[in-house]
Design a protein around this ligand. Structure first.
Ligand code: IFM
Length: 441
């Protein structure tokens, strides 16, 4: 077996990503808490305490991140805390976030702050949420407040997390609030998300000219189930264009394309200083005339691929390489804003992590402009409608006691972060079954 060390460029960002509602606890003034109260989250599962960050446990978790060699952290701020009512702002909440981002800096972690990660204040939902035209100016006002408050510590901003998931799961599949299944509503929401992103981009640069601003898109690999069959190729292409391309293309060209429906939003043109890619998996897509509600598709994982314990994610590292390649077309640096797998026993995660970081290293060696990687996630967190059934943390969380227990993958990731590299030694220690394929010799 050959021995080797795969280095990453100097200054590469290594961190973990989190989101306010999933870790803070006590967020009861937003649409997700309401959704939970209405019984749409798995029975017996609640976001009420989460990882208890709002009571101060962020400190110990930031210590964990710093002590394990990470040099960055991506977190989000909760709109409904900062603006609990349409005409009320909470300076204490802003101050709380100021302490958190200062806490990151003090530990040597570069903060990336996400301004919208799935949740919306209840007052906004009463106005119509992202279907309501006025959401754009309200989001812009919120963004200005946050940037003014945090700009001494933060200059890396993610406007909106996974706008494609927000729109498709909330307005097409009906599994996220508000539980709609309506393509017309989805398109209105998508349009306003693009406008909101553009308004936020310009506002951030006005307040902080040196800022770097992007959004995080959820990239899902979609391969035609039968490459030789034109209808499969067509449906996989159409879905991928709409799901993966819609938002970054809008931010690049200022143009929308929704299944052939075109619209121009000039103020969105050139509004990404970097592209955030959240990559988890890749699927096969077959044409299915009998499934109009599913956009004439049947989607499934390649049966030869290893899947995560709850069947949520197929381990498809080549899809990650393809995602990074896809990202090049937008001509801006790429930051991997999320990647990870749910695995309470940590039996797949070590392999998944090594194989994905290996693919990212291949990409970096083509001098593709990849600047950082945020693993999802630091400590097990509240996984939306799936509650606590999916454990994505490098640290396991005991919800009863709030105790954290390190999983072996945390040590693996620490070794990668500390060395800014992936080595055959690490593979020997954490996933020896990969040695032969990765280091033939
Ligand atoms: O937990 C989510 C996160 O909020 C958005 N991206 C995918 C993660 C894993 O499901």
């Amino acid at each position: 077996m050959a021995q080797a060390t795969f280095y990453f460029p100097k200054g590469f960002l290594w961190g973990t990503a989190t989101a306010a509602h999933q870790v803070e606890g006590g967020n009861t003034n937003n649409n997700w808490y309401q959704w939970e109260q209405e019984g749409h989250v798995l029975p017996g599962h609640s976001s009420k305490v989460a990882c208890d960050w709002w009571s101060g446990r962020w400190r110990e978790d930031f210590d964990r991140a710093a002590e394990s060699g990470q040099n960055s952290h991506r977190l989000s701020v909760e709109w409904s805390r900062i603006q609990p009512a349409e005409h009320r702002w909470d300076e204490d909440a802003l101050d709380h976030y100021r302490q958190m981002v200062r806490g990151l800096r003090e530990r040597g972690l570069t903060p990336m702050v996400t301004l919208h990660h799935f949740t919306d204040p209840l007052w906004l939902m009463h106005l119509g949420g992202w279907e309501y035209e006025g959401v754009v100016e309200r989001f812009e006002a919120f963004v200005r407040r946050v940037v003014e408050a945090l700009k001494d510590f933060v200059d890396l901003w993610c406007t909106i997390n996974e706008p494609n998931v927000y729109a498709s799961v909330g307005y097409v599949l009906g599994e996220f609030p508000p539980g709609k299944r309506d393509l017309g509503s989805a398109y209105r929401v998508m349009t306003n998300l693009v406008r909101g992103h553009a308004a936020a981009y310009h506002a951030i640069h006005t307040v902080q000219p040196e800022a770097r601003v992007g959004m995080a898109v959820n990239y899902r690999g979609m391969l035609p189930a039968r490459a030789w069959f034109p209808p499969d190729r067509w449906v996989a292409g159409a879905l991928s264009k709409t799901y993966n391309d819609f938002f970054p293309r809008a931010a690049h060209h200022g143009r929308l394309n929704f299944f052939g429906r075109r619209q121009s939003i000039p103020q969105a043109r050139g509004t990404q200083d970097f592209l955030g890619i959240n990559y988890y998996t890749r699927e096969r897509v077959a044409f299915n005339l009998l499934a109009p509600g599913n956009l004439f598709s049947k989607r499934f994982y390649d049966p030869r691929t290893e899947v995560s314990p709850t069947g949520f994610i197929a381990n498809e590292p080549l899809g990650f390489y393809q995602a990074l390649k896809w990202g090049l077309q937008f001509g801006v640096p790429i930051i991997v804003t999320e990647n990870g797998v749910e695995d309470s026993e940590d039996s797949l995660r070590r392999r998944y992590l090594i194989q994905h970081i290996h693919q990212m290293w291949r990409a970096v060696n083509f001098v593709w402009p990849i600047e950082g990687y945020f693993h999802w996630t630091l400590v097990d967190n509240f996984e939306w409608e799936r509650g606590w059934t999916q454990r994505f943390g490098l640290w396991e969380l005991d919800l009863e006691t709030q105790a954290r227990r390190k999983r072996p993958s945390a040590d693996l990731y620490a070794a990668i972060c500390r060395q800014n590299a992936l080595s055959s030694e690490m593979v020997t220690q954490f996933a020896p079954e990969l040695l032969e394929s990765m280091f033939p010799g």
